[in-house]
Structure formats: structure tokens, C-alpha cells
Design a protein around this ligand. Structure first.
Ligand code: BLA
Length: 301
């Protein structure tokens, strides 16, 4: 462990660009990426602050509806990565989700193959995708430990292999994060390669709605929004969220936020602006070694 500052931290060379670059390289080894229509509008997006650069890229590919990446670099200060991959609704693939917010004080990280269906309610889905992946979380549980209490609502969008962690922003931690990111992304690519197209219209509709629900949640409640608003202004931040980061929220379905998440309804029919109704919970990892949800319990079986 580093004592902080000194050998690493947020100096030159600490960047998420390499994550994006290598992930795209890995993707191109397996499939043909085409620019996504959203890329044109957002590729050259500018910020209000001279020392800050935004880098937005988006693609699609035969099984991939949207692969997009947003990196934010503030000279010697905040570094952000938001990288996600969504399959076409013909596949029930998990959503690849890599989010890192790094300030000189700490890195807040979520890395996961977010389940399309809540793995506590849908055991079949958990078995299908996560049973074989559990060793991945054990590999990182020491170096990337559970980040402590978290917004309760987030849990239903997380899988039993989620890496939720808060780290000192040292070079060593950055390297571990890079390894975990590549590891998880390669797993996702592998699943994508193996995925078999669904032909039942009902199941495809169900997949589409599940993805729409996820997009609806994140487009409304993502913790990155206040920073985006500060950097590019309210209007551009809204567009970035709905037309780039969570593109599909206005086309994959028509249900509004409150239909999926009625607990946020206020008396006057508007959406409660609070991020969370449940509050923060789960001091420690709430799944057992088999990926079964154990909540706040400390022992299982
Ligand atoms: C904090 N970001 C957080 C936290 C989580 C996430 C869990 C801790 C606070 C909490 O418990 O809510 C990330 N939450 C997620 C993700 C999902 C989720 C990925 O539910 C997916 C379902 N973070 C970003 C980006 C920015 C960012 C792009 O991913 C900025 C542009 C910033 N995240 C950010 C900041 C905080 C944070 C500033 C700390 C402040 C806060 O907690 O609101």
C-alpha cells in the first residue's frame, strides 16, 4: 500500500484512456464495430472548463446494440470512466458496466456484468450467467474490497460478481483496476460470442423491456449527473445522458420512470428528486460464495 501522494496518484499517466483503447482493441478481435449514430453529436463535446477533456465514443456491432464510452480528464484532478455495453434485445446478455470516478482523494468504482434480470428474483438467470463466474469475484475480493454502504436501489441492478469499491488513487490500485476491468470485459465478450439469438417474440420483448427499465433507472438517477451538469451545463448534460450514455431510454420502450419505480412518486405526480428512497445499506458484500443474496447477514447456510 502506498502512503498516498508520492509514487503514483493522479499525475501524468494516470488515465482511463488506456482502458478504453484496449477494450476496443479486444472487441475488434471478435466482431466488427461500426460507429453508432450517437457518436456524431457527442464526439466533439466541449466542456466549460479549460483543463477538462471529454472523450465520447459509441459503436454498434452484430450482437451489440450499443457500446459506448465516456472518459473525462481534468488535468491533475478528476478522472472519470463510464464504459458500458448493451446487447440487442434478441439476447438476454448482462450489461457490461464499468464506472470509475477518481479524485485526488479516492476512486469510486463499480465494475460489473449488470444482470438484465434481478438475480435474487430470477434464479434461472443467475444460474445461467453467474454460477460459473463466481471465481472472478473471489480473485479480487482482497485487493478491491466491498466499498461499504451503498444506495439500496442499486443492488437490484448489480450481480453477485459486482466489484463495488473505494480505493486510494495510487498507481498500484490503478493497475489492479485495469486487470479487473480487462478480466471482466473479456468475460463479457466471451458471453457475447457464445450468445444464441432468441426467436420467441415474447422473450425478445421481455429482454427489451428489462433493458429499458435499466436505462430508465440510470438516465434518471445516475450519480454522475451533477458533475456532468457542472462541466457542460444542464441542457447538454441531459442530452448526453438520454441520447448517448443511456441511449435507448427514449426508443426501447414507452413506460415512464414512475411506472417502473412507483416508490418515487410524489403526491403531485412528479418524480422524487432524491437518489434513493431506501437509503444506504449493506456494510459488507450481500451475496454468498454461490451468488445467493444474503442481505446484511454476516453468515450463511
Ligand atoms: C458515487 N457512483 C457512486 C456510488 C455508486 C456509483 C454506487 C456511491 C454512492 C451510492 O451509494 O450511490 C455508481 N451506482 C453506480 C453505478 C450504478 C449504480 C455504476 O446504481 C449502476 C446501476 N460516477 C460515474 C460518472 C461520474 C460519477 C460518469 O460513473 C461523473 C461524471 C461520479 N459517482 C460520482 C460521484 C460520486 C459517485 C461524484 C460521489 C458522490 C455521490 O455519492 O453522489
Amino acid at each position: 500500500m502506498s502512503g498516498g501522494g508520492g509514487g503514483g496518484g493522479l499525475g501524468a499517466g494516470f488515465s482511463y484512456q488506456k482502458f478504453v483503447h484496449v477494450a476496443l482493441e479486444q472487441t475488434r478481435l471478435r466482431t466488427a464495430l461500426a460507429p453508432h449514430p450517437s457518436q456524431e453529436k457527442f464526439k466533439f463535446i466541449k466542456t466549460n472548463e479549460d483543463n477538462t477533456v471529454l472523450n465520447a465514443l459509441s459503436f454498434s456491432a452484430p450482437k451489440i446494440r450499443l457500446l459506448r464510452s465516456l472518459a473525462i480528464e481534468q488535468k491533475n484532478s478528476v478522472q472519470v470512466l463510464d464504459f458500458a455495453a448493451f446487447s440487442e434485445p434478441e439476447y438476454d446478455l448482462p450489461i457490461f458496466c464499468a464506472n470509475a470516478f477518481t479524485s485526488p482523494a479516492r476512486s469510486i468504482v463499480v465494475l460489473d456484468l449488470n444482470p438484465l434480470y434481478d438475480t435474487t428474483e430470477h434464479e434461472d438467470y443467475r444460474e445461467k450467467y453467474y454460477r460459473n463466474l463466481m471465481p472472478h469475484i473471489h480473485k479480487y475480493s482482497e485487493l478491491l474490497p466491498w466499498g461499504g454502504k451503498i444506495t439500496g436501489e442499486s443492488l437490484r441492478f448489480f450481480s453477485p460478481i459486482v466489484i463495488w469499491t473505494i480505493l486510494e488513487p495510487t498507481e498500484a490500485n490503478h493497475q489492479v483496476l485495469y486487470s479487473a476491468f480487462m478480466d471482466y470485459y473479456k468475460v463479457w465478450l466471451e458471453l457475447m460470442d457464445e450468445a444464441v439469438q432468441e426467436i420467441s417474440v415474447e422473450k425478445i420483448d421481455r429482454n427489451r423491456e428489462a433493458q429499458h427499465k435499466y436505462l430508465t433507472w440510470r438516465a434518471e438517477k445516475d450519480p454522475g449527473y451533477p458533475l456532468l451538469k457542472k462541466l457542460i451545463g444542464e441542457c447538454a448534460a441531459k442530452d448526453l445522458v438520454r441520447e448517448f450514455l443511456f441511449e435507448g431510454v427514449d426508443s426501447l420502450g414507452t413506460k415512464p420512470f414512475l411506472q417502473y419505480f412507483p416508490e418515487y412518486a410524489q403526491k403531485d405526480g412528479t418524480v422524487n428528486k432524491k437518489r434513493s428512497m431506501i437509503g444506504k445499506s449493506f456494510e459488507s458484500r450481500p451475496w454468498d460464495a454461490h451468488g445467493r443474496f444474503i442481505g446484511d447477514a454476516t453468515t450463511s447456510d
